[in-house]
Write a protein that binds this ligand. Structure first.
Ligand code: PLP
Length: 373
């Protein structure tokens, strides 16, 4: 079976190669490959305009953006976070020698449950690191009010939330910092890439020092920074990808709605709710939640059945981060502390969704799910 007939959970969008070549020629001509080059500067400006945020600092990937964001705010001790995310969220704490404290999620959007945050705060807690899972916003107002009372910082892992807005205002404008990922699997990609979104010039400057070894000028190193800079090829691709973003978004939205229409009445399958406060949504993921009792077979059986038909969904997120060897010994990782996350991680499959997916593919996937193939 050729790879062409396989449907993966996502397929990266790329512009026409000819469009990219003129950017490459310019890089070859200038020999400016990295270190805040022309395309890097241009992309930071264009992306800030596009996303309607104050400052963008580009990174080589989303994980380095997360790692660096914790250094920017000098976060230490314990940080409250969610077990229902990609491992990089918690790994970024571990790499900074910070103890993750897991708090359960709420069942509507699979985001951290703000009602359970206060009970997890200790004298060592310095920050909250929530994730806008599948692009739905966390309960930003409640999280901020807890952070205000206890003097905590809030860093959002917004890897899924590129372009999403609440009543016209970017989700990325909430919290102290937000981080993005432009990995190949994301709705906006620079092959690998990421960013930190900040709200004032001084913080933006500190981020930019830290991602370049801590250099403030030729001879001043203001902190033990890292090398997490985006290079000129990534930035050039990013400029092109921005041009095509809205077109791709429109296609994803149509496919998302098609899935919704066809799957909404299947017994035992529930669909992701989209928060009604969202004025802009990126339609990046199409998770379904399988209730074995009502559907007849388990999530894993459906996952294997789809695989047999060359449809490779992904169980985002399974296992929970709190179940991995590094973290499972933590007190907050006890399953009794995380009942909703444990329930959802056993039910979820993300179905293929990307701009090049065809309607006929969705019909095939739906027929298998409805047992009509
Ligand atoms: C929620 C979340 N956080 C962090 C990351 C890490 O980003 P990157 O792969 O760009 O390092 C990802 C995706 O890869 C993610 O989905």
């Amino acid at each position: 079976m050729s790879d062409k007939n396989k449907l993966y959970v996502t397929k990266p969008s790329l512009p026409d190669l000819n469009e990219f070549i003129s950017y490459l020629e310019s890089i070859w001509e200038s020999k400016s490959l990295t270190n805040n080059g022309k395309f890097h500067q241009q992309l930071e400006k264009e992306m800030a305009d596009f996303l309607k945020v104050e400052y963008v600092s580009l990174f080589a990937n989303g994980t380095l953006a997360l790692l660096t964001s914790l250094q920017v705010l000098r976060i230490t001790g314990e940080v409250i976070t969610t077990p229902f995310s990609f491992v990089a969220t918690t790994h970024s704490l571990w790499w900074n020698n910070i103890k993750p404290v897991f708090v359960d999620i709420e069942p509507n959007y699979c985001n951290i449950d703000p009602e359970k945050i206060e009970a997890a705060i200790t004298p060592q807690t310095t920050a909250i690191l929530p994730v806008h899972v599948y692009g739905n916003p966390c309960n930003i107002h409640e999280i901020q009010s807890i952070a205000n009372i206890y003097g905590l910082k809030v860093i959002y892992d917004a890897a899924h939330a590129f372009g999403n807005k609440i009543n016209g205002n970017s989700i990325l404008n909430y919290g102290d910092l937000s981080t993005l990922s432009f990995h190949a699997t994301k709705c906006y990609n620079t092959m690998e890439g990421g960013a930190i979104i900040s709200h004032d010039k001084i913080t933006k400057q500190r981020i930019d020092y830290l991602k370049n070894f801590g250099f403030a000028d030729e001879t001043t190193v203001m902190a033990p920074g890292i090398n997490s800079k985006m290079n000129e090829m990534q930035a050039a691709l990013g400029l092109l990808q921005l041009k095509h973003y809205n077109n791709n978004l429109l296609k994803r939205k149509q496919l998302f709605v098609l899935y919704e229409t066809k799957l909404q009445d299947v017994k035992g399958i529930s669909l992701l709710k989209i928060n009604s406060d969202l004025s802009d949504f990126n339609y990046s993921y199409f998770p379904i939640f399988v209730n074995k009792k009502d559907y007849g077979i388990s999530r894993d059986d459906l996952y294997s059945l789809l695989k047999k038909h060359n449809i490779f969904g992904r169980r985002y997120f399974y296992p929970l981060i709190s179940q991995f060897p590094t973290y499972r010994g933590l007190y907050s990782s006890k399953p009794s502390n995380l009942p909703i996350a444990h329930e959802i991680t056993e039910k979820v499959i993300c179905l293929p969704l990307y701009s090049d997916l065809q309607e006929q593919h969705i019909k095939k996937i739906v027929n298998i799910i409805k047992n009509e193939s």
